[in-house]
Design a protein around this ligand. Structure first.
Ligand SMILES: Cc1cc2nc3c(=O)[nH]c(=O)nc-3n(C[C@H](O)[C@H](O)[C@H](O)COP(=O)(O)O)c2cc1C
Length: 364
């Protein structure tokens, strides 16, 4: 499978399985620098057969992180630590992707996993405990967090520049693929959704204004990201509420980002406020199917995600033309070898890397 690039032969994946980005909240992530833990975590899934591994939501600036245990890519130390990881992923046959992110009004929170061990430590980190001021399109309490400060025009320009600086470092770190995080109620999605964007200037109100930040970020990243490397984006296809962001708007925006050089779109959903959507196997894959259909006859790598756990479920989505690739998150936490095992289940010959063959063989 090849993801188209603007120049060159495209990004060829050994199969259609994608490790979805997952914040792992490793206590070893100090100041956004990936550690041995991240190398082992991502490397294990390269050994396990994934075609494309996307590193977790990585802050484009310190204040862009969801928590202080997130990764970042705003300095050279982080870039160099990522290089070790991309080298490993490449040496085991996987393409290396990174999700570049700004959490906006959902930044400065305790790492999600902490609340399972300490129920007092959830939500916004108070500033006196190391939390920081958050920013967003508008003030809001929809996330039941400390309200973000409404961004000025200068704040917005800084975010766009932070994305481009991070993209440049992602290239230097050896990544093949960037996924811009425009989903899950984080900054870019906060601008897209009328639920969180109440602005009355050129960054809010109409579809054209609400999508301006997403388009400016894509344009700016595309300028610095090499033309022979693929650029992707993750959308929340819908907020699942009538007054919110809709799948029709997502489709419209998908074509605008395609015009700017995006060749891969991943379709998740929700993230603004409370969840109102369906839940169950494949609960949101129809969003990918709708976007894919809108690109009929055109070259776009559309991936589905969400409660896809079995090889047969993934294969059905591909065979029925609902998606070009399958993003797997939680099932890959349970089984780092999800992709190689899926190949075995489906009876296809996985392209084994002899160096990881001890994992891939069905039996000894
Ligand atoms: C531990 C964990 C961390 C996650 N972190 C991210 C993230 O960094 N960026 C993102 O876009 N989605 C993130 N997600 C969402 C997943 O990428 C995925 O969309 C979601 O879990 C649904 O897929 P699944 O049913 O295969 O788990 C995370 C999910 C989990 C379980």
């Amino acid at each position: 499978m090849t993801i188209r690039t603007l120049e060159g032969d495209g990004l060829t994946l050994r199969n259609r399985s994608v490790l979805a980005p997952m914040c792992t909240y490793s206590v070893t992530a100090k100041d956004g620098v990936p550690s041995d833990w991240h190398l082992v975590h991502l490397g294990a899934r390269a050994n396990g057969g994934f075609g494309l591994i996307i590193a977790e939501a990585t802050g484009v600036s310190p204040e862009a992180r969801i928590s202080d245990q997130d990764l970042g890519l705003w300095n050279d130390e982080q870039r160099d630590a990522f290089k070790r990881i991309t080298n490993y992923l490449h040496s085991y046959g996987a393409a290396a992707g990174i999700q570049l992110a700004h959490a906006g009004g959902k930044a400065s929170t305790y790492p999600h996993l902490l609340e399972y061990v300490d129920s007092d430590r959830k939500g916004s980190i108070p500033e006196e405990q190391g939390g920081w001021e958050t920013v967003g399109p508008s003030e809001t309490d929809i996330h039941r967090l400390r309200s973000p400060r409404e961004m000025t025009a200068e704040d917005i320009q800084k975010v766009i520049k932070d994305f481009t600086d991070a993209a440049r470092r992602a290239d230097e770190a050896g990544f093949d693929f960037i996924q811009i995080h425009a989903a899950h109620g984080y900054l870019i999605h906060q601008f897209l959704s009328p639920l969180t964007n109440k602005r009355e200037d050129e960054w809010g109100g109409s579809f054209e204004n609400r999508t301006r930040l997403a388009l400016e970020v894509v344009k700016a990243v595309r300028e610095v990201w090499p033309q022979n490397k693929a650029l992707g984006i993750r959308f929340s296809g819908t907020d699942w509420v009538e007054e919110g962001w809709t799948i029709e708007e997502t489709i419209q925006l998908s074509h605008l980002v395609a015009d700017l050089g995006v060749t891969a779109i991943d379709l998740s959903s929700a993230g603004i406020g409370q969840y109102f959507g369906p839940m169950g196997p494949g609960y949101q894959t129809q969003l990918a199917a709708q976007v894919k259909k809108s690109f009929e006859g055109q070259d776009m790598f559309v991936t589905a995600v969400g409660f896809i756990t079995t090889a047969e479920q993934a294969e059905t989505l591909l065979m029925t033309d609902q998606a070009d690739g399958i993003s797997i998150a939680r099932a890959a936490l349970n089984d780092p070898h999800w992709a190689a095992n899926a190949a075995k289940t489906l009876g296809v010959t996985a392209k084994e890397d002899p160096r990881a063959a001890q994992y891939w063989r069905g039996s000894w």
